[in-house]
Write a protein that binds this ligand. Structure first.
Ligand code: NCD
Length: 323
């Protein structure tokens, strides 16, 4: 059981995280079939509530809910009454009145999903799809799932695995969620960034911090490149894009310094030529497109465990019964 909401990777025990990842593996088999659908969430209503831009996360949550036969509504703040000044509370009350069983929320304010889950406005489950610079738990889960498939011959054990995360850690909810989840799963994380792009207090996070990418490469099992989040930057955090990519970008020369079986991850959207060169992004060792596929399956698992859980068919039983 993983509880009612998924707000943060901090809330997940090792067993809960492993249960989501194992369920993902079972559901991945469904996504590989020609009819990619289970009846598990028939009659349930899932709302995608997106106050910030998104491509992968929004589409994959939508697809995941549809593959489990839920009714899905996608709400983008742009083009809704939010642009007329409607509050989060009134938006939530509207969704509650429509009978939402789960609300997947992405919001620019860190903590918005907690407010939604705890204010008593809605009765359903809340899933954090990215809140400000705080957390993005399903991204960390899909990254962990991808790493489990590629590291250590794919046996699924990340204990002792060395994962290097490079770039704009300061603004990255992906980095925060990954550091916590990978630590819970026993991996060792090294964050690499210029001092200006590291948050205050990073020394208390369960990871190692370095300013030098080249020192971290030779012992990495995997490297995750983060986007430089210009939209969250009010000032100037580095002298120029050229200098940033020279000091912190992953290009073909740096990739040769990685162990031969190390994989390259990026949560997307990528700034090609900035934190990652096109050659690396398109190389066979980049698992960036596979991360997107795994994202659908992880989100199916989360919806299944939060909404279906013990009251519903297991993926196996549902599979046998068909749609
Ligand atoms: C990330 C996000 O929105 O936090 N993207 C994603 O969800 N795939 C990272 C980013 O925007 O750079």
């Amino acid at each position: 059981m993983i509880g009612k909401h998924l707000l943060s990777t901090y809330d997940l025990s090792r067993d809960q995280a492993l249960s989501i990842l194992d369920t993902t593996a079972e559901l991945a088999a469904v996504s590989e079939r020609s009819v990619k659908k289970l009846p598990t969430l028939r009659g349930r209503t899932v709302v995608n509530l997106f106050f910030e831009d998104s491509t992968r996360t929004r589409l994959s949550f939508e697809l995941a809910a549809k593959r489990l036969s839920a009714d899905v509504i996608t709400f983008s703040a742009k083009g809704s009454s939010v642009s007329k000044g409607e509050s989060l509370k009134d938006t939530a009350l509207t969704l509650e009145a429509m009978g939402a069983d789960a609300v997947i929320i992405r919001h620019g304010a860190s903590g918005a999903p907690y407010r939604l889950a705890n204010a008593g406005w809605i009765g359903g489950s809340v899933i954090n799809a990215g809140d400000g610079t705080h957390e993005h738990p399903t991204q960390a889960l899909l990254d962990a799932f991808t790493l489990r498939r590629h590291l250590r011959g794919g046996v699924g054990d990340l204990s002792g695995a060395r994962v290097v995360i490079v770039g704009d850690v300061l603004h990255s909810r992906v980095a925060r969620s990954n550091v916590r989840l990978l630590h819970t799963l026993g991996a060792h994380v090294t964050l690499v960034a210029p001092p200006t792009l590291l948050p205050v207090g990073v020394e208390s996070w369960p990871c190692t911090v370095s300013y030098h990418i080249d020192e971290a490469l030779p012992s990495a099992d995997a490297i995750m490149m983060l986007r430089v989040q210009a939209e969250r930057m009010a000032g100037s955090y580095f002298p120029s894009a050229l200098e940033y990519s020279r000091l912190y970008g992953l290009d073909a020369r740096r990739m040769r310094a990685l162990p031969p079986d190390a994989v390259v991850l990026h949560p997307g959207p990528m700034n090609r030529g900035m934190e990652i060169s096109a050659e690396v992004a398109d190389s066979p060792r980049a698992v960036i497109v596979e991360q997107v596929t795994n994202g659908v399956n992880v989100r199916m698992a989360v919806l299944y465990l939060l909404l279906g859980g013990a009251n519903s068919e297991t993926p196996d039983r549902a599979d046998k019964e068909g749609v």
